[in-house]
Design a protein around this ligand. Structure first.
Ligand code: SF4
Length: 370
């Protein structure tokens, strides 16, 4: 019999990943469903950027109205950037509503800082994406559901289903945020959450694309940093140092704003990495990957179910490691380690976000999906 407070299903890819990283983390966040009252900046930025992208790519964003958005090169850069920021502003209201409610209608400074960074990241995306979005958007935040074992389903969402023509879905895109974008494509092989999503999509008869061996999976890689305009030298010219924190687009904008001659800066513009802040990499689904994920998720779900059956499940395992120093639940684990009761901490610094299954991770309303 399961412990009445501990939930295994519905299972998400994040729950499986957290369980693999640290079982105690899974228990706090997913099994018992506690979230910190004041989330950290990293979590907020990720959620805000994703919310902005969801609204940007949603069919309503350009009023197509037929469930399909067709994007091609050449859209006006300002228009796209604006759509992103408008989308973020709309989405942030709902996303952060839970935090505001718990803070007497105010947002803590960390939320303002996260919003500012998310705006900068999305503005950069809005400059870069129109030159790279040669696809039609079939679905945004499309749900996937796959049965893992009796009574346990993996339930999650896929960021984008895309087509190379107006109507035919042919590939999947997932957004990935990095402090610095890894070079090469090897890191994608280790993105187990992406592999789980592909397995779930391959099992889900309602998914708009038939995912199987050979289906392309595209990683939309976004750096969580804001580029600056090029530096100005004492002479009044723009610096030609290619290591500066800028982009080709900002360089060109600055040349135009100052009325400088583009031909004088052609060499540095060519030398700047066009994918320093945004890039995309491909991975192809293969049968071995799908088979392995199925076995793995099944094994993890069984171990979670065992944890849920444990009486007094608040204290399963204390896996101290390097990730503890930035973990949202460190104070709880430290208290447990000193054999102190954590009930007071739980009620003062955490809230149960999954109590009614109708809130996002910050306690606000769940954003609409495809
Ligand atoms: S503080 Fe460490 S042991 Fe505790 S949940 Fe976080 S990662 Fe796990």
């Amino acid at each position: 019999m399961s412990h009445p407070d501990v939930h295994v299903s519905p299972l998400t890819t994040k729950a499986v990943k957290d369980f693999t990283d640290c079982q105690q983390l899974w228990l706090w966040r997913h099994g018992l469903g506690y979230a910190p009252r004041e989330p950290n900046k990293r979590t907020l930025v990720r959620a805000l950027v994703r919310a902005g992208l969801s609204t940007y790519y949603a069919p309503e964003a350009i009023g197509a109205g037929d469930g399909t958005v067709h994007r091609r090169m050449g859209f006006h850069t300002q228009w796209n950037t604006r759509a992103l920021i408008d989308g973020l502003t709309q989405a942030a209201d709902g996303l952060l509503a839970g935090i505001r409610d718990r803070n007497n209608g105010l947002l803590p400074p960390v939320a303002d800082e996260a919003f500012e960074l998310a705006v900068g990241v999305l503005e950069q995306y809005g400059r870069w994406a129109p030159k790279n979005d040669e696809f039609s958007v079939v679905a945004v935040n499309h749900p996937v559901v796959a049965v893992v074992a009796q009574g346990i389903s993996l339930v999650d969402t896929v960021d984008l289903v895309l087509g190379s023509s107006m109507s035919e879905p042919s590939l999947v895109m997932l957004h990935r945020l990095y402090s610095s974008i890894p070079s090469g494509a090897a890191h994608m092989q280790h993105d187990f959450r992406a592999h789980m999503l592909m397995w779930a999509a391959s099992e889900d008869a309602q998914f708009p694309l038939r995912v199987r061996s050979g289906t392309p999976l595209w990683f939309n890689e976004i750096r969580k940093a804001v580029p600056s305009p090029p530096r100005t030298l004492k002479s009044g010219e723009l610096s030609k140092d290619k290591r500066q924190n800028t982009t080709r687009e900002l360089y060109i904008e600055e040349i135009s704003r100052r009325g400088l001659s583009p031909s004088d800066y052609h060499d540095i513009i060519e030398a700047l990495d066009p994918n320093k802040f945004n890039t995309r990499h491909w991975l192809y689904v293969d049968d071995d990957m799908l088979d392995y994920v199925h076995m793995y998720v099944h094994a993890v779900a069984s171990r979670m179910a065992l944890c849920a059956e444990t009486e007094g499940a608040w204290q399963i395992i204390h896996e101290w490691g390097s990730r503890c120093s930035y973990c949202d639940y460190l104070d709880l684990c430290q208290s447990l380690r000193h054999m102190q009761c954590v009930r007071g901490l739980l009620s003062s610094r955490y809230f149960k976000w999954r109590e009614d299954n109708a809130t996002n991770e910050f306690g606000g309303p769940v954003l609409g999906s495809a």
